[in-house]
Design a protein around this ligand. Sequence first.
Ligand SMILES: Cc1ncc(COP(=O)(O)O)c(C=O)c1O
Length: 342
Amino acid sequence: MREVDLRSDTLTRPTLEMRQAMASADVGDDVFGEDPTVRMLEEEVAALLGKEAALFVSSGTMGNQLAIRCQTEPGDEVIVGEGAHVAWYESGAGPALSGVQFQTVGRGGLFGARDVEEACKPRAYWCPRTSLVCVENTHNRGGGRVFPQVEIESIARAAKKEQLALHLDGARLWNASVASGTSVLDMAAWFDTVSVCFSKGLGAPVGSALVGSSDLIQRARRLRKMWGGGMRQVGILAACARYALAHHVARLSDDHANAKDFAGALLGITGVKVTLPETNIVHLEFDAPCALEMAEMLAKLGVRLSVTDPNRLRAVTHLGITRDDIGVATGTIRRVLLEGLR
Ligand SMILES: Cc1ncc(COP(=O)(O)O)c(C=O)c1O
């Protein structure tokens, strides 16, 4: 049976060319700052995002959490959108590693300047100090939606007025850029720090980067070592990230087209709501809390989706999914939904 695995864009396997890039990478001890491939990657990413410096880290979680730790003090509050990855899916790292609490604003992952202003705590010593705002772009909760650039600009102005730092969780920033036609440079411009992932849509097996000012990245480098994230001949992984940046950005539009085709084929079926996606994430919202049962049934038929809520399944397109796979997956899902195999 042919299996189509749409659970996440983290499921991609490194391509042959990526493996060749790994094999031929020039390496050194990165804890000594002597890995030339890591250095090249860090310089490239800093330039692409218009910041002074970059740090190669093992995961998006580490990039986000270093950003939080470098821009807050214990007891501070961090403003995030609904379902933000930093608050929901990073194992409680914000409170555990930085001593911060999160305040959620807006709906569906989106929020505006007014939300930020209203969420800021009074500057009284008995209140937590609001010190950081995190934006996620694209944001998962909204189904891979691009955070509108005009909103970001007004959030940035509000943050500046309130003296808050601004972090962008850009795990899928290249998806947002390809879908909207706005460069990652422009998308990053308003932020003090940005984390990006090479191991999602870009298809690298491991790796993320945090960018910001030279001072901040120097601090983050020390903290990365403290948290056990110092890596040695890690140029073999940085080589994959460099390959992905050179070869896998433009093709994200194929993933977006596949996601649209996937959603389009499931529109109008009674009992399930599907919205046409902006990028590579499609949510299937059922009238009843049957997502787990449905996922199990589909898995037996070779189509794997992830359960994100009792009544919601998620499908994510990526480098390992072809147009044919979309046809196979939607054919199976339609059969299950229409023939009532439930
Ligand atoms: C929006 C977002 N931010 C951060 C991360 C964390 O990335 P990692 O799994 O590399 O820690 C993810 C992972 O899926 C994500 O979707």
